[in-house]
Design a protein around this ligand. Structure first.
Ligand code: ZN
Length: 209
């Protein structure tokens, strides 16, 4: 079945945006110049208390054989809901940091880099949810799309520059009405984005009528 473009947008480098998906619509997050990571929060658009949950999503996909720490077929909401919020229908990169849930924040830049005024995904996401009556306190787990990390058996990890190419994308079909909030990660003091910041593209796709 073909898909038509309902809306499209470019998230400026170092900033965040929010989009409402109707059930059945597909969110495409795509590269513009390549090499850019995004931090994504997902809410049930009809009940903002039901949010994407990394732990339940990672565990359930691994248990059911539908995913790993790096790619999920289904994105689940937090208990006690545990509904499928989104289904991955295409993923040209399939190497994300799916078992983390964190995001860069002002405090992280301060603790790691000694910077007190660096933009962060937490700040970007907070700005983007503000028109929906939500605050930074409402942002729970994050899907670190396109973020590339080596996990080690001693429990540590190493952030690597993402190898995502300009033509890479992921398609997520909404299984409920979803408020999707995406930050073009401003990390430029780590390997996350290869030491720079770039925009991210978004398309909302619907079934061809
Ligand atoms: Zn970030």
């Amino acid at each position: 079945m073909g898909l038509k473009i309902i809306a499209e947008d470019i998230i400026p480098a170092r900033h965040g945006r929010a989009y409402v998906l109707r059930k059945g619509e597909t969110l495409r997050i795509h590269q513009i110049v390549g090499g850019q990571v995004g931090d994504c929060a997902f809410f049930n658009a009809d009940n903002y208390r039901e949010t994407f949950h990394v732990g339940q999503t990672w565990a359930t996909n691994v248990i059911l054989g539908t995913g790993t720490s790096k790619t999920f077929q289904h994105f689940y909401s937090k208990p006690p809901h545990e509904n499928v919020m989104l289904t991955t229908t295409a993923d040209t990169y399939a190497n994300h940091w799916g078992n983390n849930g964190g995001r860069c924040s002002r405090k992280l830049y301060e603790r790691r880099d000694g910077l007190t005024d660096h933009r962060s995904c937490q700040e970007n996401l907070t700005e983007a949810v503000s028109p929906y009556g939500l605050t930074g306190d409402d942002i729970m787990d994050i899907f670190n799309v396109f973020m590339t990390v080596d996990l080690f058996t001693d429990g540590t990890f190493k952030i690597k520059p993402t190898a995502v190419n300009p033509d890479d994308y992921i398609d997520l079909r909404a299984e409920m009405n979803v408020l999707a909030v995406i930050s073009a990660c401003p990390a430029d003091t780590s390997q996350t984005n290869g030491g720079k910041s770039a925009p991210l593209g978004v398309k909302i796709l619907g079934a061809q009528s």
